[in-house]
Design a protein around this ligand. Structure first.
Ligand SMILES: Cc1ncc(COP(=O)(O)O)c(C=O)c1O
Length: 388
């Protein structure tokens, strides 16, 4: 008999889409993949080289549970160089991906039956992490009026006695919207007034467009918890490496949890990541950022031409969250059916809104621009040819 908590963990619909896409590919079909949430670029070569060198020199043992001291220091320096924010390396906890950091955070801060306030739509695993530690997700429907983000008003209006923390992501998945420094300040003030915790997932930092730089919440609130990762901007999804910045007094509990839950993040990945902040790597990453921006600039108007509605301009990450109701018909009246139709008939794989929450989810589709502009335009042409 499975534990109830395991039964309650929901799968990703995108995994169904991916499985079907793979099946079609095995039958020789050409599929354009706009469904998966990871950069199509490989890890930058200097990082790969550092990983290989680490393996060759026998760096195959455990590191301390909080991470390699030199990596914690490098991450702390990154806050100084990138944001001019001074963070002590002692506050950095290196984790197996942002996922590991989320697990530690929820485990440490969420009491049984207490709630974590989340934006709907939002990153789907968060509510499952909450469930896994016997807490609850408190999903707040957000729309373009708040740039699809939680605001101080939401906190004031919806905070309950059993709400323990608010978790936001900037840039967000699936909408790519970014919180301004003022919005972060307002959120921090509102959450503080409720005696709650503010957690900001900054995993898509570095991937912002239109000349915008996302602000770290640490520049306005040193008591906030920050989630980050080497997965997205640094292109290291498969290396499973992320980090958490916690107020100093919370580091010992994170250390204890990490020791027990996973002992440490992968050693070779930590050594490899020491090269992530080097100038040669950063130059590669900046080129990629520019490519993502070009792709967004290609896909956004093409989707609008197709009749999809994008209500808040995505300014970060690599996603466009679009309302698809204009393409619905008598036979196809929800985004899940539409995405299956596109995959089968046009060989275009995208993610239905249902993966990101419940609020009008059946009307929305997420497009990940993890393909070259020519492929993005081909996807649009294929959908057009279908007559929708
Ligand atoms: C908003 C957000 N947070 C966290 C994660 C987890 O990333 P990872 O565990 O690869 O660092 C993802 C992955 O898609 C994400 O989109």
């Amino acid at each position: 008999m499975l534990a109830q908590r395991a039964k309650d963990i929901t799968p990703f619909h995108v995994m169904d889409i991916l499985a079907q896409a793979k099946k079609l590919e095995s039958q020789g079909r050409d599929i354009i993949h706009l469904e998966v949430g990871e950069p199509d670029f490989e890890t930058p070569q200097p990082i790969i080289n550092a990983g290989i060198a680490a393996l060759k020199s026998g760096k195959t043992h455990y590191t301390p549970a909080l991470g390699l001291p030199e990596l914690r220091e490098a991450i702390a320096n990154w806050y100084q160089t990138r944001y001019s924010v001074s963070i002590s390396p002692e506050r950095i906890v290196v984790t197996p991906g942002a996922s590991g950091a989320l697990m530690l955070l929820m485990g440490a801060l969420l009491e049984r039956d207490n709630k974590v306030m989340l934006a709907d739509p939002g990153y789907p695993c968060n509510r499952n992490f909450a469930r896994f530690v016997e807490g609850k997700a408190q999903s707040i429907a957000v729309d373009a009026s708040s740039n699809y983000q939680l605001t101080a008003d939401h906190i004031n209006e919806h905070w309950h006695d059993d709400t323990a923390l608010a978790l936001v992501a900037s840039p967000s998945n699936p909408t790519g919207t970014v919180l301004s420094q003022q919005q972060l300040t307002d959120l921090a003030t509102a959450v503080k007034a409720k005696n709650g915790y503010l957690v900001v997932d900054e995993i898509y930092h570095g991937l912002t467009y239109d000349g915008l730089e996302a602000s770290t919440v640490l520049s306005v609130d040193q008591n906030a918890f920050v989630i980050n990762s080497f997965s997205k901007f640094f292109g290291m999804t498969g290396w499973r490496l992320g980090w958490l910045v916690a107020p100093k007094e919370y580091v010992p509990v994170m250390d204890r949890l990490a020791q027990n839950l996973f002992l440490a993040a992968p050693t070779m990945s930590q050594y490899a990541a020491l090269s992530a902040f080097n100038d040669d790597t950063l130059a590669i990453l900046e080129q990629r950022r520019q490519k993502f921006e070009q792709r967004r600039n290609t896909l956004l108007p093409a989707l609008q031409d197709l009749g999809l509605e994008i209500k808040a301009t995505p300014q970060g990450a690599f996603y466009i969250y679009a309302k698809a109701t204009q393409l619905f018909s008598d036979k196809i009246s929800d985004s899940m059916t539409l995405t299956k139709h596109w995959l089968q008939q046009a060989g275009v794989a995208v993610t239905p809104g249902n993966d990101f929450g419940q609020h009008q989810a059946e009307q929305y589709i997420r497009f990940a621009y993890t393909a070259e502009p020519s492929r993005l335009l081909e996807a649009i042409e294929r959908i057009k040819t279908l007559g929708y």
